[in-house]
Write a protein that binds this ligand. Structure first.
Ligand code: SF4
Length: 486
């Protein structure tokens, strides 16, 4: 049965009493400063933005100055907010667009505001509400979490949560509610340790009362029967208890690499996984028990910070460098792997094993792989692993997949990295074996038939993409698969 949803009017009454001072946390003196600060606040804390903007606004006091900014100078001023290349580009674009289209003035029209560089719907809503008093309810990470815990929305995206909240609460209260929910999320309903025992909303909250699983942590909080109880709820399962690292060994790991997430489970470290990307989907049960922190290319850094990891694991091809820069800016330790060969796998197993306190597991796997690679390999048939269609893309000779083929006795062909190939390029490569993995592109029998027709002499195979591309967790399976092709 669905737990009862709190009455909106009572919820508002409590929030008003608890947070009479709720206000916009970004320091600003006018709409221009607010839109700049809001752009900087993406993937960054408001406090850090407030440390950055005073010097920024002295150097660039208005749209005209920003439009003329030199990228390197601007980047140096905003570097600590993370993703500073993109943010600098957006800010200069913002200044130029304001000068070209709006006489240097920030427009109060939602459509015109939303069309400015770097200003998405969330930023536009923040600016409309706080600079112009236009009712809007931008859903950030705190509101998303608190609204779902309170049972106000079951939606899985900020946009849908926003729509649910706007339906429930009177339009004239949206701005006030926006600030109150953010304050509540920051002060009481913490991402990792919601202080249910001290929460003024406890008797209205189905999550705090243990009537439903915490949609953020994915576990049921133990019922909190009295506000005088401990303010730290105990969790009933493998929930992320806050722990200091044990002898420097990470206890709260976030993996931004799907195959590494699977590897951690293989090594018996599941209870130490505090977060994963939405592509970390193996083993399947992990989807319901470990919180997701966005994608591999664009992880949600607020969410990562809220989960308080003591190690984030990255891979250089899988995750952009900007993610590592942002983690550094947030003071979060990270480890970046680089996997382009099977030798890299052996080195990574050893490094991860040592770093995570399971050196035997890493050494056993590395030694077994090295033993299986001993001996000379002949240069075998020309193999072309495709990874995308329209346009055709392949996994080049300097990638992990190509080395798997090489070690399996094939000769990978094509340009390095992940090149786009024209029909003529494909023909010129004259492949003798064409592999069509099931991911990242879902190749099917129709594609196989199409290529077989064009390359009647070649062998064209549909293959298990995870076996071929999930390094570390499936390297041995990938090697077995490739060897079976000979
Ligand atoms: S009772 Fe707990 S989960 Fe519910 S709003 Fe309060 S702190 Fe958050």
């Amino acid at each position: 049965m669905r737990p009862p949803r709190p009455a909106p009017a009572e919820l508002q009454r409590r929030l008003r009493a608890a947070y009479p001072d709720a206000h916009c946390a970004l320091d600003h003196a006018d709409p221009f400063q607010l839109v700049v600060a809001t752009i900087l606040s993406a993937q960054c804390t408001d406090a850090r933005v407030n440390l950055t903007t005073p010097a920024l606004f002295v150097r660039y006091p208005d749209a005209a100055a920003l439009a003329e900014a030199r990228p390197t100078e601007l980047e140096a001023l905003i570097k600590s907010t993370g993703f500073y290349h993109n943010k600098a580009k957006n800010l200069i674009g913002l200044g130029q667009a304001l000068m070209a289209r709006h006489g240097g003035v920030v427009p109060s029209d939602p459509a015109a505001l939303g069309a400015l560089p770097g200003v998405g719907q969330k930023t536009a809503n923040v600016v409309l509400a706080n600079a112009f008093g236009v009712p809007a309810l931008a859903v950030d990470t705190h509101i998303f979490r608190v609204a779902r815990r309170l049972g106000l929305s079951k939606a899985a995206t900020p946009e849908k949560v926003e729509a649910d909240l706007c339906r429930l609460f009177p339009r004239e209260d949206w701005i006030e509610l926006h600030h109150q929910l953010i304050f509540h999320g920051r002060r009481v309903c913490d991402a990792r340790r919601p202080d249910c025992g001290a929460c003024p909303l406890l008797d209205l909250c189905p999550t705090g009362q243990g009537q439903m699983k915490d949609p953020h942590l994915g576990v049921r909080l133990a019922p909190t029967v009295s506000r005088l109880q401990s303010s730290v709820p105990s969790l009933q399962s493998a929930a992320p208890a806050a722990q200091a690292p044990t002898d420097g060994i990470p206890q709260r790991i976030i993996s931004l690499v799907p195959s590494v997430t699977e590897l951690l489970v293989q090594w018996g470290l599941a209870t130490r996984i505090a977060g994963r990307t939405r592509y970390c989907i193996e083993p399947r049960w992990i989807r319901n028990t470990v919180p997701a922190v966005g994608g591999t290319k664009d992880p949600d850094l607020d969410r990562i910070r809220d989960l308080a990891p003591d190690l984030v694991i990255l891979e250089r091809d899988e995750n952009p460098k900007g993610v590592a820069d942002a983690l550094t800016a947030l003071g979060i330790p990270w480890l970046a792997l680089e996997i382009r060969t099977l030798k890299d796998c052996a080195a990574a197993w050893r490094e991860l094993g040592t770093r995570l306190g399971v050196p035997e597991a890493g050494e056993a796997r590395a030694a077994a792989l090295e033993a299986s690679l001993k001996g000379r390999r002949r240069r075998g048939p020309r193999a072309l692993p495709l990874i995308w269609r329209e346009p055709w893309m392949s996994s080049g000779p300097d990638t992990y997949l190509a080395d798997l083929l090489r070690q399996g006795g094939f000769t990978p062909v094509g340009p390095d990295r992940y090149p786009v190939l024209s029909d003529e390029d494909l023909a010129a490569l004259a492949p003798e074996l064409i592999l069509l993995p099931s991911e990242p592109y879902r190749f099917n029998r129709r594609h196989q038939a199409e290529l077989q027709k064009r390359f009647p002499e070649a062998i064209v195979r549909l293959v298990d993409g995870q076996a071929l591309t999930w390094y570390l967790s499936r390297t041995e399976a990938g090697l077995d698969l490739v060897r079976s092709f000979r």
